[in-house]
Design a protein around this ligand. Structure first.
Ligand SMILES: C[S@@+](CC[C@H](N)C(=O)[O-])C[C@H]1O[C@@H](n2cnc3c(N)ncnc32)[C@H](O)[C@@H]1O
Length: 357
């Protein structure tokens, strides 16, 4: 009873609606900043519910814009909400919200890609990694143009227990283009299985919560949007450095329709390619004729472990990049061509253009 009375007292007083604020401050959406606003508070409440209980929580919201989602987060009874917004035009409207929620909303005008979140919250909210997660959440209706680089950066932070994860296993509730949300959560064998599936799922429990139709946003994007919840695992499923895992997974998925040994081969320089590929596949005990999309995370773990073992035996192997070798070869061929014209990739064994994550 007392708790629900406290929550009611934390609800925001009547304010101009988000739509009225947009009109008041003449906030036209900027395409460059991937601005698609959510004005329906039932929808923003639904996103916030995916984070679990936010009572007395510390929250960072990415890109609050006109503040629809911000209101729902505040209404959920958070103790401290830090918002990071790049576009100055939204700051006056956010200040209005801050006045309506005294002491609970801090506004940072900045770029989430460079913002030092490890300094944004009090140290005493930290929880040891092996224990329950801290009462700290990241929530955001992410701008499409930063969502993939941002999640890759945060996944690396999870692996290194840095950035937002210096406080422990901070949970994330974020929106992505539907197709990216599907890739993040794709299971073994599914069509959407990709690099992003492996990188996210070896570090986190990832859940595709629900889809928001594009028409719910203003302006309407060309795609639907998926809400994804991430909860970092106590023990990552692959225990090798993030960069090494990323390299193995990237190489394997560069030929996503071919047998997986094709991508594994490209981890090795031409002179020892056949021999080391065979050794790695045998050591990992993975069927070389499986397609990348058919490999399970334990199989990726076995491959990463086998590759790490070979790297300890062959100094310099870890820094070898097939694409760099390819680039140098092309340059050399170009130089030797009398006309100086570019000789393109010739055989079907060339990798497809860089796959999106
Ligand atoms: C898709 S809109 C969401 C706005 C609001 N949260 C909503 O749901 O209506 C993305 C927001 O992120 C902001 N933004 C874009 N790039 C950013 C960045 N690098 N750092 C922080 N905010 C950014 C945009 O200005 C915009 O307000």
């Amino acid at each position: 009873m007392a708790a629900s009375r406290k929550l009611a007292s934390l609800r925001l007083p009547p304010l101009p609606t988000v739509g009225e604020l947009i009109k008041l401050y003449n906030l036209r959406a900027e395409k460059q900043l991937s601005q698609n606003f959510l004005l329906d508070l039932r929808l923003t409440d639904k996103i916030v519910r995916q984070a679990g209980s936010l009572r007395d929580a510390y929250v960072c919201e990415v890109g609050p814009g006109p503040g629809g989602l911000t209101r729902s987060i505040l209404n959920a009874g958070v103790a401290d909400l830090l918002v990071v917004e790049k576009d100055t035009r939204f700051i006056p409207g956010l200040k209005l919200l801050s006045e309506a929620a005294p002491g609970r909303l801090r506004i940072v005008h900045g770029d989430i890609l460079t913002y030092r979140m490890d300094r944004g919250f009090p140290v005493n909210i930290s929880k040891p990694w092996q224990e329950d997660p801290p009462n700290l959440h990241i929530i955001g209706n992410l701008p499409f143009n930063v969502s993939t680089p941002l999640i890759i950066k945060w996944l690396e932070n999870v692996a290194n227990k840095s950035g937002p994860f210096a406080y422990g296993r901070t949970r994330l509730t974020l929106t992505f283009q539907k197709e990216v949300a599907e890739r993040l959560t794709a299971s073994t064998g599914s069509k959407q299985r990709s690099r992003l599936s492996i990188m996210a799922q070896y570090l986190c429990t990832v859940h595709n919560c629900f889809t928001i139709p594009g028409r719910a946003f203003i302006p309407k994007p060309e795609v639907d949007v998926g809400v994804v919840h991430f909860s970092p695992l106590v023990q990552p499923q692959i225990q090798q450095p993030f960069k090494l895992v990323e390299k193995v997974v990237r190489n394997i998925f560069q030929f996503r329709r071919k047998h997986c040994h094709k991508g594994v081969e490209k981890l090795f320089p031409e002179v020892c390619r056949v021999e080391l590929t065979q050794e790695m596949m045998q050591k990992a005990d993975v069927d070389p004729t499986l397609r990348p999309t058919e490999l399970t995370i334990p199989q990726f773990r076995a491959l990463a472990d086998a590759y790490a073992h070979l790297c300890t035996q062959e100094p310099g192997l870890l820094s070898y990049e097939f694409r760099e070798e390819l680039r140098l070869k092309h340059l050399a061929r170009q130089r030797n061509t009398p006309t100086g014209t570019f000789i393109g990739a010739s055989s079907g064994t060339q990798p497809s253009p860089q796959q999106p994550f």
